[in-house]
Design a protein around this ligand. Structure first.
Ligand code: 5GP
Length: 214
């Protein structure tokens, strides 16, 4: 709950990063579905929708011109070019959620997560999801048959570079079992919400407690 009789919990920004094929989308979608005080940040992108993707649900699909206008309007918290397309996290919904005491989950890449963290270090929590092995990651990428051999090789090599940077994250989750990885993620969210710094109302509660005559 973001509210209680004494005041409001400050929201946080959950930055969840993982190489492709690690099950990040299933983990993050479930966390958002299970928490009505947590919202998914819907990125804007210049890439074309894939079959089954919907504008406004998976991404805001925009033209390159529109994306440039958004950059000029400072409408992004961060933006980046990934594999030749532009992707950006709209700033407005994030600011609004934090003002309501709610939280936002970002399903973005490594560089985007680091950029948001640099801007809002106290509000953001960096989480990295590890595959059990690169061989398993490769197996999953082949099984979903979405990428060419060349793209898979590129994703595996990028995963190696990212994993080597694991110490830049606040938490590292191993996804060798979906339910366990989900439980770890949910526990992190709950514990981060409980942090003293995110609950300034505790000061008022304690002041009231100390005034009580017993
Ligand atoms: P895809 O095209 O497969 O949906 O995404 C390609 C990559 O772009 C993924 O690594 C995804 O996490 C990343 N991405 C998606 N949205 C954003 C965003 O708003 N900012 C950044 N920096 N990366 C994003």
């Amino acid at each position: 709950m973001s509210n209680n009789p004494h005041g409001r919990t400050r929201g946080l920004l959950m930055m969840v990063v993982a190489p492709s094929g690690v099950g990040k989308t299933s983990l993050t979608r479930r966390l958002v579905a299970d928490h009505n005080d947590l919202h998914l940040s819907i990125s804007a992108t210049t890439r074309d929708p894939r079959p089954g993707e919907h504008d406004g649900r998976d991404y805001h699909f925009v033209t390159r011109d529109k994306f440039q206008v958004m950059i000029q309007d400072d409408a992004f918290l961060e933006w980046a070019e990934v594999y030749g397309n532009h992707y950006g996290s709209p700033r407005g919904p994030v600011v609004e959620a934090l003002e309501r005491g709610e939280s936002v989950l970002f399903d973005i890449d490594f560089q985007g997560a680091m950029k948001v963290h640099a801007q809002l270090p106290d509000d953001s929590v960096l989480i990295y999801v590890l595959p059990p092995s690169l061989a398993e990651m490769s197996r999953r990428l082949h099984a979903r048959s979405q990428d060419s051999e060349e793209v898979i090789a590129r994703r595996l090599s990028r995963a190696k570079d990212e994993v080597a940077d694991w110490e830049r994250f606040d938490y590292v989750i191993l996804n060798d079992d979906f339910d366990k990885a989900y439980s770890d993620l949910a526990h992190i969210y709950h514990a981060e919400r409980q942090k003293r710094a995110r609950n300034p109302w505790i000061g008022n509660l304690v002041a009231d407690l100390l005034k009580e005559e017993v």
